[in-house]
Design a protein around this ligand. Structure first.
Ligand code: NAP
Length: 283
């Protein structure tokens, strides 16, 4: 194996320490305690775990947090009324609606109801548009975390070839825009891409966000490339990424493991966005 491992847990810990200091500073200098509200509808066990992890991380950082656990049968009107309340609640700077929502709820309408200034998930069309035109807004957490991991390698992006496999609105498209903003030459691949291994092999930086276990192996990788594996797939042996780690590590220069790569970054970027929302609100 030749690739250096990008340790997402360690990078997340470093950022966590910085954020804890920022929270203290905000409190001491401006009397502001950042506040995050997490809304969960229904009893999905995985979502429960995510919400709990967010609460614990808020506690560690000194961020005020509220959990709103709503019954599976909650109506659209009730949910929208809660979001309106949170939009006007001065203690709350960030609102996160845990997805997926139960099928009877209109996810798009719910996400659009969140004030763009409190949209710490970066899913409101206003923030999507801001990212597109390069204005400051909230960037979705997983793509923001991916960029931090790339930065951590010290490999510059200017003029480099970046290939993103996956074009979802929550990972593929936003990370492609962030890479572009850093002056990489970006290609986005998807399920209809012809000669995926050939296109991927052009990449100095390869981001894989597909959801197919071990789709990418050393045949897809340019020697020395930075490989970021966003995939989280549950298989019989446990969790695996979209990249065949052992095979890819023979060729890549840097690679993220699964678990312990992109995963730990997502929650810490949510905290960063919440602190940023509090800082902007207080201005
Ligand atoms: P998604 O919405 O299902 O999108 C998957 C993308 O992969 C689509 O654009 C699809 O192409 C493309 N694709 C599917 N099969 C392909 C193939 N054989 N070759 C090339 N492209 C293919 O998934 P997502 O929400 O972006 O998530 C992707 C993965 O990241 C999942 O494993 C998810 O669990 C993980 N994830 C992890 C985190 C984290 O914090 N670690 C956060 C979010 C997501 P089409 O558009 O043509 O269908």
């Amino acid at each position: 194996m030749s690739a250096k491992i990008i340790d997402g847990k360690a990078v997340a810990r470093e950022i966590q320490e910085r954020l804890a200091e920022e929270v203290v500073q905000l409190k001491n200098e401006r009397g502001i305690t950042p506040g995050l509200a997490v809304v969960l509808v229904g009893n999905d066990p995985a979502s429960r775990v995510y919400v709990n992890n967010k609460k614990k991380m808020c506690e560690k950082l000194g961020i005020y947090s509220e959990e709103h656990l709503l019954d599976e049968s909650t109506s659209q009107d009730t949910l929208l009324a809660l979001i309106r309340d949170l939009n006007s609640n001065p203690r709350i700077h960030g609102i996160l609606v845990q997805l997926p929502l139960p099928g009877h709820l209109d996810e798009k309408a719910v996400l659009e109801a969140v004030s763009p200034d409190k949209d710490v998930d970066g899913f409101h069309p206003m923030n999507v548009g801001r990212l597109m035109v390069g204005e400051p807004g909230f960037v979705p957490c997983t793509p923001a975390g991916i960029m931090e991991l790339i930065k951590h390698t010290g490999v510059g992006l200017k003029g480099k070839r970046a290939v993103v496999i996956g074009r979802s609105n929550i990972v593929g498209k936003p990370v492609a825009l962030l890479l572009l903003a850093e002056h990489a030459t970006v290609t986005i691949c998807h399920s209809r891409t012809v000669d995926l291994p050939g296109v991927a092999r052009e990449a100095d930086v390869l981001v894989v966000a597909v959801g197919k276990p071990k789709l990418v192996n050393k045949e897809f990788i340019k020697p020395g490339a930075v490989v970021i594996d966003v995939g989280v797939n549950r298989v019989q042996t446990g969790l695996v990424g979209d990249v065949d780690f052992d095979s890819a590590s023979e060729v890549a220069g840097y690679i993220t493991p699964v678990p312990g790569g992109v995963g730990p970054m997502t929650i810490i970027m949510l905290m960063r966005n919440t602190i940023e929302a509090a800082r902007r609100k207080g201005k």
